[in-house]
Design a protein around this ligand. Structure first.
Ligand SMILES: [Fe+2]
Length: 241
């Protein structure tokens, strides 16, 4: 009898190739470059330019991005439904959306999006080789390394490059961007962007922070579920003072 390993607790990474004609892609790329203007990167040395900290955080409200925002809407609901959520019990919001431009040599350091629930990225260019920088996703914890540090340390007992070690003890998984590819994953997942090693190409992507809430509640509706925020339209701002 053979011993079988069963993967438990899988992280839901979604990928979809959007229908974007080359002209639309070219327009989006031009728009992103215009929004970046003469900036070359974030203040942190070697970091790509990210619109979220440079005043460009509502991309979803700009007309040229309406088409991709609509495709994002459809795929996001599909993602939620495939995870088992009931759309009738949820509202979904784009909280923030911004462009990212990674010049040759630039990276985005490891981080996650604690303010959001679902993260989405749309790549405007990339040929699938990963040369212009990969999205690097980290597991919340190396659940199968058995000995803490074993999966990332030097000289350990894992066979380098073995499919088994990669499947059960990968310290990260890289996703190579491809033009028009949409990626979705839980916003709490640590991720980074590896260096753009293409001396010729600016790596262009759009990032979205999505938030789940309860739908707007009418007077006869039950209270929103305990772990879901009520719909933002039903919040009351409290002014200081
Ligand atoms: Fe991010």
């Amino acid at each position: 009898m053979t011993l079988e390993l069963q993967p438990l607790f899988p992280l839901a990474l979604a990928q979809a190739q959007l229908r974007l004609d080359p002209l639309e892609l070219a327009v989006l790329m031009q728009e992103v470059l215009a929004l970046r203007g003469s900036a070359e990167g974030n203040p942190q040395e070697g970091c790509a330019w990210t619109g979220d900290i440079n005043g460009i955080w509502q991309l979803h409200r700009l007309a040229p991005f309406a088409g991709v925002t609509e495709q994002l809407r459809r795929h996001s609901w599909s993602y939620l439904q495939q995870l088992g959520f009931d759309p009738a019990c949820l509202a979904l919001h784009i909280q923030r959306a911004w462009p990212v431009v990674s010049a040759p040599g630039q990276v985005v350091g490891r981080h996650h999006h604690p303010n959001a629930h679902l993260s989405a990225i749309l790549y405007l260019n990339g040929d699938g080789s990963g040369r212009s920088g990969c999205l690097r996703l980290y597991p919340p914890r190396a659940m199968n390394e058995l000995v803490p540090g074993l999966a990332v340390g030097h000289g350990g007992p894992l066979r380098g490059g073995s499919a088994a070690a990669q499947r059960w003890n990968a310290p990260w998984v890289d996703v190579a961007p491809r033009a028009g590819q949409l990626v979705l994953f839980p916003a709490g997942t640590d991720h980074a962007v590896t260096p753009n090693d293409d001396p010729e190409e600016l790596r262009l992507s759009l990032a979205f922070d999505l938030v789940l809430s309860a739908p707007p509640a009418g007077p006869q509706d039950p209270a929103p579920p305990e772990y879901l925020a009520p719909h933002p339209s039903q919040w009351t701002p409290l002014e200081p003072g």
